[in-house]
Design a protein around this ligand. Structure first.
Ligand SMILES: Nc1ncnc2c1ncn2[C@@H]1O[C@H](COP(=O)(O)OP(=O)(O)O)[C@@H](O)[C@H]1O
Ligand SMILES: CC(=O)OP(=O)(O)O
Ligand SMILES: [Mg+2]
Length: 414
């Protein structure tokens, strides 16, 4: 029987997997996810063909490894999922790893590459942890299957040096790998290919301002098929606010967060743990801190339930708008399309409408019916532009990081 590909997208609070057939293009066979790992009870969602199940597992799933083990057990034991009954049915496992340091492309896991990834974990402990835990588990429990890691940062290796470099001591920067890396690159790679195909242009001639707005949010300027700038930086904390991330702030704010800041001196900061600040800015900020919810669908509403909800929405709009202006200028005004992707970009008609209205001066104009309807389930790219506007087209792209990884496996290894 033909072997299958397992694509794993491990986040801080969820593990999503999709099984694909090994053919070009890969076809999804089953989709499973455990979410709420950090905010129990965890929920398990499983989809195969027309059937969807959602339940709260009895098992205590408090780590990404637990969640992944549970998903495998459920899928391997599903008698209606005959293509995937054991390790022998898997040709490859692909893993989304957020921080890939200087890697330009996907790599196969062996002792040496795993060791290198473990070193990188120091640079991105909050973001690489889940994926690495699952990679280690696969190596132990599914030893005959090759694991290939795909990096969110790889797509942005093309950014020019003056964009990647922070204006700090360069010896320190080089020794510690302190530069802009950028993330969501697996998603941007999917978006570029899908949108170029939709526009009928070769990817290498396509210029986009693409947004991946989900609980982690970023935006990317793509010139002639290459990333020339993106809003995230050394880590995914930089740039736009997210569900629990602050996005850009004055870095000095860290030292003023407590009310003892006025009396800070090198001696008094000896015991101050910067990791606490990193944790607050990553996990206790963003729209959760402003409006008390991580669910943006409660914030992006015509009549917000509170001033705080309205403020959170206005901040997100303002920060995205700043980047659109920035990237429009960097692309010399030659922008084929402004693309909305990610859970929020794909689903929030209000966010798209608000931003499009504010981008009128760039010639952006959208069809409100098309925008309100959004994309159909199986529609990868939907044009929501109005008539023959002079400016860039406005598109929704339903991005798919798992598919992108499986597709690359099929293209490179069949
Ligand atoms: N209709 C909607 N309007 C606005 N936001 C939505 C809507 N539906 C889902 N979302 C938001 O999408 C976000 C999740 O996006 P997603 O890209 O799946 O996130 P991630 O992969 O970063 O976990 C959540 O903040 C959720 O509230
Ligand atoms: C890089 C990043 O922020 O990822 P996610 O949106 O999945 O949290
Ligand atoms: Mg995501």
């Amino acid at each position: 029987m033909a072997k299958t590909i397992l694509a794993v997208n491990a986040g801080s609070s969820s593990v999503k997997v999709t099984f694909y057939t090994f053919e070009n293009p890969p076809r999804p066979i089953a989709d499973a996810q455990v979410s709420g790992i950090t905010a129990p009870p965890a929920t398990f969602k499983y989809q195969r063909g027309e059937s969807t199940q959602k339940e709260q597992p009895q098992d205590n799933l408090s780590t990404p490894q637990d969640a992944f083990k549970y998903i495998l057990k459920r899928c391997f034991s599903d008698s209606d999922l005959s293509q995937v009954a054991s390790e022998q049915d898997l040709a490859y496992i692909c893993h989304r790893v957020v921080h890939g340091g200087d890697y330009h492309e996907a790599i196969e896991i062996n002792d040496e590459t795993l060791h290198h990834l473990e070193e990188l974990e120091d640079l991105a402990p909050l973001h690489n942890f889940s994926a690495l835990e699952i990679i280690r588990l696969c190596k132990k429990e599914l030893p005959s299957v090759s694991s290939i890691t795909f990096f969110d940062s790889a797509f942005h290796q093309t950014m020019p040096l003056h964009v990647k470099t922070y204006p700090i001591n360069q010896e320190v920067a080089k020794a510690n790998g302190l530069r802009k890396y950028g993330f969501h690159g697996i998603s941007y790679s999917f978006i570029l290919r899908s949108v170029a195909q939709f526009l009928g242009k070769p990817a290498q001639d396509t210029n986009l301002i693409a947004m991946h707005i989900g609980s982690g949010a970023s935006i990317c300027a793509i010139k002639e098929g290459k990333s020339i700038d993106t809003s995230m930086g050394l880590t995914p904390l930089a740039g736009l606010p997210g569900a629990t991330r602050s996005g850009d702030i004055d870095p000095s704010l860290v030292f003023h967060y407590t009310n003892e800041a006025g009396s800070l001196s090198p001696a008094s900061t000896k015991d101050m743990h910067l990791s606490v600040a990193e944790d607050i800015l990553n996990k206790k900020s963003g729209w959760k801190a402003l409006a008390g919810t991580t669910d943006f669908s409660q914030i992006a509403v015509e009549n917000p339930p509170s001033e705080a909800h309205k403020l959170a929405f206005d901040i997100v709009v303002d920060r995205i708008l700043g980047y659109i202006g920035n990237y429009y200028v960097k692309l010399g005004g030659e922008v084929d399309a402004i693309v909305f992707a990610g859970g929020i970009g794909e689903k929030s008609a209000l966010l798209r409408k608000t931003l499009s209205e504010k981008c009128r001066s760039l010639g952006v104009s959208i069809d409100s019916d098309a925008n309100d309807k959004g994309a159909e389930d199986n529609q990868t790219v939907k044009d929501i532009s109005k008539g023959s506007g002079k400016g860039p087209r406005t598109l929704i792209c339903q991005t798919n990081e798992q598919f992108e990884m499986a597709y690359h496996i099929v293209c490179s290894r069949s």
